[in-house]
Write a new protein. Sequence first.
Length: 248
Amino acid sequence: MRADVHHVADGTYLVHGSNTNWVILTEGDAVTLIDTGYPGDREQVLASLAQVGSAPEAVTAVLITHAHNDHLGSAEHLSAAHGTPVYLHEAEVPHARREFLHQVSVGTVLRNGWRPGVLPWAVHALRSGGTAHVPVTAPLPFPGQGALDVPGRPVPVHTPGHTDGHCAYHLPGTGVLVSGDALVTGHPTARTEGPQLLPDMFHRERSRAVASLDVLADLEAEVLLPGHGPVHRGPVRDAALRARERAL
């Protein structure tokens, strides 16, 4: 199996899984993996590591933007099989342990089933493990403020709204922003392309998600790697403000 891997900057790769993206950061022989797709994307996750010349045992850390199943899918597998630490914002740690689940409900999806793209997306999500129970046994909060001491030196940026502990990851050295679901460029249920928020049903608190776009607009970056949709090149400030205008 080959994965859809795109080299977007020095040591930085965006991988398109089945409706969800993840990011690989390389530094010598070591790797940071940001997000891990659906549970059903595991073979693609492993293939993407091989395609950048790495392996699961070389992953120094898994960073999670937020603990929805389409981003958390293989985190516990990598932790259990290789001892890889899994880091999230402290507010997202209990979510990753599944002490609670802040994720769009089946009922909400069904009530929105008349919207274009929702039912095909829902079928795919179910087949890919979107409702599977995939808690992380021992997720960790970030050890401190500022850049993390892992390959790529990503800086967590708290961007709540989609979930309480959602984090983007800023790579100042390469001008890249890994935005997770705080800012996307497309989704099977979206009616437009380009920088935008996900449809309202996916956000825990839409007003906070809109406010978090202002946080992203203050970051210096020229390459946007979203949780859903293609890479976006150009000032992230402009992308975030465009998404904000669309959301109002």
